[in-house]
Design a protein around this ligand. Structure first.
Ligand code: ATP
Ligand code: MG
Length: 287
């Protein structure tokens, strides 16, 4: 962790457990629910969390309503080791995320001196005074720590609650990504078991998705540690093209490669048996 975030005493994940720790994502904002903006933040976070070794079990979109947010947060905390929220950290009246975190945990909001310094610095560098709206961004749930925002005003917020971790990030994608990559990834890496990921891709021509589906379902059932997904590209019956991805992860060196490549080889075999042509086949570290 870098300066400004403290060094939370998060216990490392026990290497004896094979199951990846669970993560939930809450995307907050009325704009998401009226369809004005597409929730790209959650997809980005889900990808990052997956690669860090977490199993993302829920992505929930919630309106800017304290009761709604805190209800979903309580459910998330009950189930997940890590809960990440995005949106609603800003200076306006509809930015209610931290009020909801405080309500969910039954703690008050209080002025955090470190957060205030961060907010003050951001605005003073631009020659702007600290108004009540700007000060609002330094009101954190009691016990929380601010995470410095390298590109915007609102700090991210870290709260350790028993053995759970709640991280609140801004909604502006560039700010969310910068805080995550600069500070949050390192923190989460310490609690996730180190995992290797390996992804194989098989492109098949001439087999409808519905024909290959039972093969993939069967492979998925027998390989719960891998994620197998077909993406149809052509027309289902006239000119079917399937882009099949196999993502395997394992804490054991070499195991993800072995698993993904074994499953990909089976898919190739079955596709040919079904009369398909394999036009592309590759494996590598996912990006
Ligand atoms: P700010 O300090 O700018 O107010 P904030 O944390 O309050 O940040 P929001 O007000 O919720 O964030 O969102 C700010 C903008 O970020 C939105 O108008 C939208 O353009 C974008 N945004 C918010 N949430 C998401 C999301 N889940 N996916 C993609 N973009 C988002
Ligand atoms: Mg806002």
């Amino acid at each position: 962790m870098r300066a400004g975030t403290g060094d939370p005493a998060v216990p490392p994940h026990s290497p004896s457990t094979e199951e990846p720790p669970e993560a939930w994502i809450l995307a907050i904002g009325n704009e998401l629910l009226i369809g004005r903006i597409v929730d790209t933040n959650s997809a980005w976070l889900a990808r990052r969390l997956t690669f860090l070794g977490f199993r993302v079990r829920r992505i929930i979109k919630v309106p800017d309503d304290v009761d709604d947010i805190s209800l979903e947060l309580r459910r998330a905390i009950e189930n997940a080791k890590v809960v990440i929220t995005t949106g609603g950290l800003g200076p306006t009246y509809d930015d209610k995320t931290l009020e909801a975190v405080a309500q969910a945990l039954g703690v008050p909001l209080e002025l955090n001196e470190n957060a205030l310094k961060m907010v003050e610095k951001f605005y003073s560098e631009k020659g702007l005074p600290l108004t009540p709206e700007r000060r609002k961004m330094a009101l954190l749930p009691k016990g929380a720590k601010p995470i410095s925002n390298p590109v915007g005003a609102a700090p991210g917020v870290l709260l350790e609650w028993n053995d759970r971790i709640i991280i609140s990030l801004p909604g502006v994608p560039a700010e969310m990504k910068a805080i995550f990559d600069d500070h949050v990834a390192a923190l989460l890496q310490r609690i996730a078991p180190p995992r290797k990921l390996w992804e194989c891709r098989v492109v098949i021509k001439g087999v409808p998705e519905s024909t290959l589906a039972p093969v993939l379902d069967d492979l998925a059932r027998r390989n719960p540690e891998a994620y197998i997904k077909s993406h149809p590209k052509g027309h289902e019956t006239r000119s079917p093209i399937l882009d099949v991805r196999v993502l395997a992860s394992s804490p054991v060196e070499g195991k993800a490669e072995e698993k993904a490549e074994e499953i990909a080889a089976r898919i190739v075999e079955e596709a040919r048996r079904l009369g398909g042509e394999v036009t592309e086949r590759s494996c590598g570290r996912p990006d």
